[in-house]
Design a protein around this ligand. Structure first.
Ligand SMILES: [Zn+2]
Length: 119
C-alpha cells in the first residue's frame, strides 16, 4: 500500500500506538490533577503541590489536542504530511514528536533561526 506520507503501514501503526498511549497518559494526568485540585487541601499544601502540578498541567493540556488531531489524520491518510508544504515528515521526527504537524524546514521557519531543530 502506497501512502502519500511516505510512511509504511507498520510505521503508521507504530506511531498510532504511541499517540494512543500518550493520549491515555495525558488524560490520566489531567484526571489526577483535577481530583487533587478539587479535594480538600489546606492552603499550605496547595502551595507546595501547585507549582510543579501547574507546569505539567499546562504542558499536557497543550499537547492533548495535538495528539488527538494527529490521531484523526491516520484514517484520513494525511498523517505524516507537513501542513506547511505538503512534503512528508521524516519517520525519525515523528518518532520523537508523533503529533508533529509540519516538517523540520517549516518548523524552523516558524520558530526562527535561533532554535534550529535537526529532526
Ligand atoms: Zn514543510
Amino acid at each position: 500500500m502506497q501512502l502519500s506520507s511516505g510512511l509504511t503501514l507498520s510505521q503508521i501503526n507504530e506511531l498510532g500506538k504511541i499517540l494512543e498511549n500518550e493520549k491515555e497518559r495525558i488524560k490520566k494526568c489531567l484526571e489526577a490533577y483535577n481530583e487533587r485540585f478539587v479535594s480538600d487541601v489546606a492552603t499550605e499544601d496547595l502551595h507546595s503541590i501547585l507549582p510543579p502540578m501547574r507546569q505539567n498541567h499546562a504542558f499536557r493540556v497543550e499537547e492533548l489536542p495535538e495528539v488527538e488531531a494527529a490521531l484523526r489524520k491516520i484514517p484520513d491518510g494525511t498523517y505524516g504530511i507537513c501542513e506547511g508544504c505538503g512534503e512528508s515528515i521524516s519517520y525519525e521526527r515523528l518518532l520523537q514528536f508523533p503529533w508533529a504537524k509540519c516538517c523540520v524546514r517549516c518548523q524552523n521557519k516558524k520558530e526562527g533561526c535561533n532554535k534550529k531543530r535537526t529532526i
